[in-house]
Design a protein around this ligand. Structure first.
Ligand code: SF4
Length: 443
């Protein structure tokens, strides 16, 4: 069954807004006590009183229960706008609710749809962040997720003059992201460990650790150790997000995961100096070498490259994907794959900020890349579909999200932000993105 048939026959026959991620998937930030069903809806707070009685409420929040009920009735939860926007572009468009539902058995989807929305459900896939320690400060990230971003704001003060939706990402140190100091009792972490020890380690199919940079957090190494010392106790597959930066201890990682099944997720979406500009802290050659070291080791179930599609990466996205395809040819189609996640916040970094002629030239480049892989064996169906959907988005999308401001305002914020970013980080927008320089000068 292809993706479209899956949507029509399995999801839409329940309801046209049904998505299993609302039941079986979660991202939980233990530092800030927040959760969401997938990366698209904005996170919301977990109730500390509720989790004292019931640790499962770190996932089964009242908000998610309400949204499950909406989906059972065919109503669209507003936080899932990312998917509705893709689907509204055309009846054959495949949104993430397909990909995020397809990974679960059909009987579990049926059960979720029948389960009263007020009931707790057991998670099957969980992404968890222990803290925000990170040696990178990517342009589309912010102090809530990176301690290096916190240092930028502490050292240089807030970014000024931004007026659109992402402005507050860059104006303060987001101390609410780290509610408890190291060594203090964190009720969210307590609830997670309680649930993990009681039954989560048996019911969970995949546990993905994110950050910050998880390999800089002692909690991550502790969990890897748990799997080593409790062999056979849990069937949960372990997945780790890592920026694979220069100072990530790859030797320690390869040694620590010996005998444990692990998937590795890493992020990138452009090449060389452009990648180093967008993902401040990254050294392109080191990142590529680290990917190759992991592939050479043969120790991972898969390496997954997550591309965050922003206004700047389209210049070298095709070369970047070519690089992933070369790795596929060398190590096998399943050794490494990519996903294309379209950035919506802050909207001044969305590709919708670009003028039509530049978007058209990027569309053409990416279209040529896609065409050259149309019938090749290396490309997975989900990768192909994501490419098509991105092409549609580059061509059609007029706004990053429903509440985004007018393009002229976003363009002003775009220039304002990157001027400050250049000054703080010792970078040069015009030299790094010559194809955008003339347009940039007009802003
Ligand atoms: S944003 Fe899409 S994939 Fe995520 S929970 Fe909502 S419908 Fe599912």
């Amino acid at each position: 069954m292809n993706d479209l048939e899956f949507r029509q026959q399995i999801l839409d026959t329940k309801s046209e807004s049904f998505c299993a991620a609302k039941w079986y998937n979660a991202t939980i930030w233990l530092g800030s006590g927040q959760t969401t069903s997938c990366h698209h809806p904005l996170p919301h707070a977990i109730d500390t009183d509720e989790i004292k009685q019931n640790p499962k409420a770190i996932h089964n929040t009242q908000r998610k229960k309400m949204e499950r009920e909406q989906m059972q009735k065919g109503e669209r939860p507003s936080g899932c706008e990312y998917c509705w926007k893709i689907e509204d572009l055309g009846p054959e468009n495949i949104s993430d609710r397909v990909y995020k539902s397809k990974i679960y058995p059909i009987e579990d989807l049926n059960r979720a749809f029948r389960t009263p929305a007020s009931q707790d459900v057991d998670l099957q896939t969980l992404e968890i962040a222990f803290d925000r320690t990170c040696q990178f400060a990517c342009s589309y990230c912010n102090p809530a997720f990176s301690s290096t971003w916190v240092n930028d704001i502490r050292r240089n003060g807030p970014y000024t003059g931004l007026v659109s939706d992402g402005r507050n990402h860059f104006t303060h140190t987001h101390d609410s992201s780290q509610l408890y100091k190291f060594g203090e009792v964190n009720p969210y972490a307590e609830a997670f460990h309680k649930w993990w020890e009681s039954d989560l380690h048996r019911t969970l199919k995949e546990l993905r650790i994110t950050g910050g940079e998880p390999l800089m957090s002692a909690e991550t190494w502790r969990l890897i150790d748990w799997f080593k010392t409790n062999k056979g106790k849990s069937k949960t597959c372990l997945a780790i997000n890592s920026n694979l930066g220069t100072d990530v201890d790859i030797d320690r990682l390869l040694e620590a995961i010996d005998g444990v099944e692990v998937d590795l997720y890493t992020s990138n979406e452009s090449t060389s100096l452009q990648a180093e500009y967008i993902r401040d802290g990254l050294v392109w050659d080191d990142w590529a070498n680290n990917v190759e070291r992991l592939l050479d080791s043969g120790k991972f179930r898969g390496i997954h490259v997550m591309c965050t599609i922003n206004a700047l990466c389209l210049d070298s996205l095709d070369s970047f994907l070519e690089c992933v395809m070369n790795w596929k040819r060398e190590y096998g189609k399943n050794a490494i794959n990519f996903s294309l996640n379209i950035l919506r916040f802050p909207s001044f970094q969305s590709l919708t900020v670009l003028p039509k002629n530049i978007r058209q030239s990027y569309y053409n480049k990416l279209h040529d890349f896609a065409d050259s892989y149309r019938h090749t064996a290396e490309m997975h169906e989900f990768e192909w579909n994501q490419l098509q959907r991105l092409l549609g988005y580059i061509h059609e999308a007029t706004e990053a999200h429903k509440e985004a401001m007018a393009q002229s305002i976003l363009q002003r914020d775009f220039k304002n932000f990157y001027q400050q970013y250049d000054a703080r980080r010792g970078k040069n927008f015009r030299e790094t993105f010559p194809a955008l320089a003339d347009w940039y000068d007009t802003l």
